[in-house]
Design a protein around this ligand. Structure first.
Ligand code: PLP
Length: 359
């Protein structure tokens, strides 16, 4: 058994040995042909995974910084935030603290985004940007991007659309170009199955245009800083090269598995987990119309002693999730993304079953 428990928390997720090994590839210079070859490979791979021809920027910091990259480069009039959990709420806070005219549409935590409500807010004409979290990791609620895309295309084609896909990118099919997403962002510690501290975003041509008309964006988060180096297959600052080698390994694994197989597998793992919960007479915390494919949030109606389960699982080398923030003990999450495959999930739930017999 490793010195550290295997992670069954929704981020950082478990990193498998092959990925860990790829992180220790020797360093290469960040202004060399070697890095440009690597970046070209990563960019093309990510564009395929996201079904996009948009620019793809590789960023050596947490996704939270990309929230501000998205808004700094787009908001002139005002930004509307859909808030249905902890992360979407924090993103709205980041816009408020940045001094943008910000409004929140609040939905029950556990629900997805209601398109009719969204329509009402956008129809006020107060906003030029709409920001949302696709997959609320705090509650396991995944919103319907197709429905939102239809609304924006039909009634609000000028709205810039920013989407946080931190716990869905690479685990759920997101067809960026056909949906028309201007800015899609993720960090690597969830469905990408890599360590934290590295992020990815895709950026539409029209967002790059909009950004060029905005002043005082500073340097570090200006999309044009990234674009200048992107065109040379480099990054503006010295990047986290281990992450880049890890990402290359992950893209190879994704290609080997096949995109459609990958999306299908995540859906199957989600179904398996839900069935497991129902078989134990537990309920799902998340609204049935917004169930995530990458994590399942279980309403602990059976009042299981989550701390006790956690202790026993830990003694068996497994780290469970005990619930996000205020839901601790009441609603716990089971992740099925990144390097968690069906066999890992089945094994985890089997051990979980054994633990349940002991409490
Ligand atoms: N957005 C979502 C949906 C998340 O789940 C998280 C982290 O859990 C974040 C944003 C923040 O990501 P990072 O820690 O990389 O800034």
């Amino acid at each position: 058994m490793s010195d550290f428990p295997k992670l069954f928390i929704p981020g950082p997720t478990h990193v498998s040995d092959d990925i860990l090994q790829s992180l220790s590839t020797p360093q290469i210079g960040h202004r060399t042909p070697e890095i440009s070859d690597l970046i070209d490979y990563l960019t093309k791979g990510i564009q395929e995974i996201l079904y996009t021809n948009n620019d793809v920027y590789l960023v050596s910091h947490a996704a939270t910084g990309l929230w501000e990259m998205g808004t700094k480069n787009s908001v002139k009039k005002g930004v509307l935030h859909a808030v249905n959990g902890a992360f979407s709420s924090k993103w709205a806070l980041s816009s408020e603290l940045s001094g943008f005219y910000t409004e929140r549409i609040d939905f029950n935590w556990g629900n997805g985004i209601d398109v009719k409500e969204l329509d009402k807010y956008l129809s006020t004409g107060k906003f030029d940007v709409f920001a949302m979290v696709h997959n609320e990791t705090s509650t396991g609620a995944m919103s319907d991007l197709n429905a939102i895309s239809d609304l924006l295309k039909e009634k609000y084609p000028d709205i810039i659309w920013l989407v946080d896909a931190v716990s869905s990118m690479a685990g759920v099919k997101i067809e960026v170009d056909s949906l028309g997403i201007d800015f899609l962002l993720s960090s690597t510690q969830k469905a990408w199955g890599l360590p934290a501290g590295f992020s990815i975003c895709s950026v539409s041509k029209r967002l790059i245009e909009v950004s060029s008309k905005i002043d005082n964006k500073g340097y570090f988060l200006d999309l044009h800083t990234y674009r200048k180096y992107y065109l040379k297959s480099q990054t503006p600052t010295t990047p986290s090269i281990p992450h880049m080698f890890g990402l290359k390994k992950m893209i190879e694994k994704i290609k080997f598995e096949g995109l459609e197989n990958r999306w299908k597998r995540h859906i199957e793992m989600a179904k398996y987990t839900r069935e497991w919960a129902f078989a134990h007479n537990q309920s799902l915390f998340t609204d049935k119309n917004a169930l995530s494919y990458t994590l399942t949030c279980i309403d602990n109606v059976q009042n299981w002693d989550i701390n006790k389960i956690n202790d026993i699982l830990l003694s068996k080398g497994l780290r469970m999730d005990r619930g996000y923030g205020k839901f601790k003990g009441k609603a716990f999450r089971i992740p099925h993304m990144g390097n968690i495959y069906m066999d890992d999930l089945k094994e985890y739930l089997k051990v979980f079953n054994e633990v349940l017999c002991q409490i």
